[in-house]
Design a protein around this ligand. Structure first.
Ligand code: URP
Ligand code: ZN
Ligand code: ZN
Length: 460
């Protein structure tokens, strides 16, 4: 199948020009003015933006967590992602403590193969490090194309590893050219604040926020950067929320470290007043919690300065019924919220339209940098001859309203219910196939492919 996209405004992390784009056999095969190729399908993109399919480096699909499972599986989650212009997601495999990485990989392959609609890859979450796991880490990097290893400095008893395990993991990962990623919050401090709040009868979602003050994230982020410095490993901090944590990364820069940082739309766009509204705040119970306006300011500045490299979603949806598990105890509210579908539209509308970031920066932080950091570039994350034809045709002027009634995520509320945004994903191609057109998904479960990743590129 061949596709010719005519007259679009082609935007990559580095370029911005009007041209035609020709696609053959799933790859971009030519880009230029007035291309005279015959194609099976011609799309007129006059007045539209044409940019690379988004890459969401942080999603949780069908994930067992806090006594339940995130409500989007590989089919519903990757389809919703496509509707929003995200063609590739990186999900997290969770090692069960006491079990092998290989068994966890098998479990996640059963969740994804034959079900994913869009492309996907996995980070491997190491929750129990020992000599056997060290050997598996090497195999994952060298053979499986899974080159990033997630660690948790919180969620003790379920996911957290201690600093000794962290350092040992970093040494192995460094030796083989991988990357250690981290949920950087101080689990022990948080657990003691949760216990104190509950013992005083403070059970509302507000106390989820008050049990994870900024220092818990700033301290853990600094500790992580110190361990990276000691081991020489490359690191990536997921879902950064606050000024204190960003300052820790800036300080690491003073001793010549380069640490990659991800933030999420919710930390850029929403502030902690969402927790004031009694149990409604459960919609925003996630870890780390939503922070202050001064933190939003720091994160936008961090994006502009190149300190913050990617915007993921940390999509981890739970239905309103699932959120009721914590009706009388905030610590039992499953942590996470739905976001996979609206990342590009929110960041375009609130970031680009409002002059906070440029269009090139938008592409860089929603696609290109994730492809580079996680070893998928230039197959993914750009529009170039030879790259996968993952393409978004985006109407920059179209106004619409985000709502649970129109979204495609398997969850019965939208965190952004009623938000008016400008800019809409119109047509999406996945490896040259029409994925989204005229408000419909044209791909079936099983269309999504696993993306085997290379070692950290160190390009940025
Ligand atoms: O609240 C969150 N973020 N839930 C998903 C798990 C994690 O910590 O990323
Ligand atoms: Zn996390
Ligand atoms: Zn997460």
């Amino acid at each position: 199948m061949s596709v010719l996209i005519k007259n679009g405004r082609i935007v990559t992390a580095a370029e911005d020009y009007v041209a035609d784009l020709y696609i053959e056999n799933g790859k971009i095969s030519a880009i230029g003015a007035n291309l005279a190729y015959k194609a099976d399908k011609v799309i007129d993109a006059t007045g539209k933006l044409v940019f690379p399919g988004g890459i969401d480096p942080h999603v949780h699909l069908d994930m067992p967590f806090m006594g339940t499972y995130s409500s989007d599986d590989y089919e519903t989650g990757t389809r919703a992602a496509l509707f929003g212009g995200t063609t590739t997601v990186i999900d997290f495999i969770l090692q069960t403590q006491g079990d092998s990485l290989k068994n966890a990989l098998t479990t996640w392959q059963e969740k994804s193969i034959g079900k994913a609609v869009g492309d996907y890859s996995y980070h491997m979450a190491v929750t129990d490090f020992n000599d056997d796991v060290a050997k598996e880490v090497v195999e994952f990097i060298e053979k499986e194309g899974i080159t990033s290893f997630k660690t948790f400095m919180a969620y003790k008893g379920a996911l957290m590893i201690d600093d000794g395990q962290m350092v040992q993991l970093m040494k192995v990962v460094k030796k083989h050219g991988g990357l250690v990623t981290v949920h950087a919050t101080n689990g022990d401090m948080i657990d003691s604040l949760i216990a104190k709040n509950l013992s005083e009868g403070n059970t509302a979602p507000l106390f989820h926020y008050l049990s994870q003050p900024e220092v818990t994230e700033a301290e853990a982020s600094a500790r992580f950067t110190d361990m990276l410095h000691y081991t020489g490993c490359t690191g990536y901090i997921v879902h950064m929320t606050c000024e204190g944590a960003l300052n820790a990364v800036q300080r690491a820069g003073l001793r010549n470290q380069k640490i990659f940082v991800e933030t999420c739309p919710q930390y850029l766009l929403v502030d902690a007043s969402v927790y004031e509204n009694n149990f409604e705040g459960a919609k925003w119970v996630m870890s780390p919690p939503i922070r202050e306006k001064k933190d939003q300011k720091a994160l936008w500045a961090g994006l502009q300065q190149g300190l913050v490299n990617t915007i993921g979603t940390d999509h981890c949806p739970f239905t309103w019924e699932q959120k009721q598990m914590g009706r009388n105890d905030f610590s039992k509210i499953p942590n996470g919220h739905p976001a996979i579908e609206h990342r590009l539209e929110l960041i375009y509308s609130e970031g680009v339209r409002k002059g906070r970031i440029s269009l090139n920066k938008f592409v860089e932080v929603t696609a290109t940098n994730s492809a580079k950091i996680f070893g998928m570039y230039p197959q993914k994350g750009t529009l170039a001859v030879g790259s996968d034809a993952d393409v978004v045709i985006f109407d920059p002027e179209k106004e619409h309203i985000i709502s649970k009634d129109s979204h495609h995520m398997n969850v019965d509320y939208s965190s952004y219910e009623g938000w008016k945004v400008t800019g809409k994903t119109e047509t999406v191609l996945l490896r040259g196939q029409i994925a989204i057109e005229d408000g419909k998904c044209h791909l079936k479960p099983g269309s999504g492919q696993f993306v085997k990743r290379g070692k950290t590129s160190y390009i940025i």
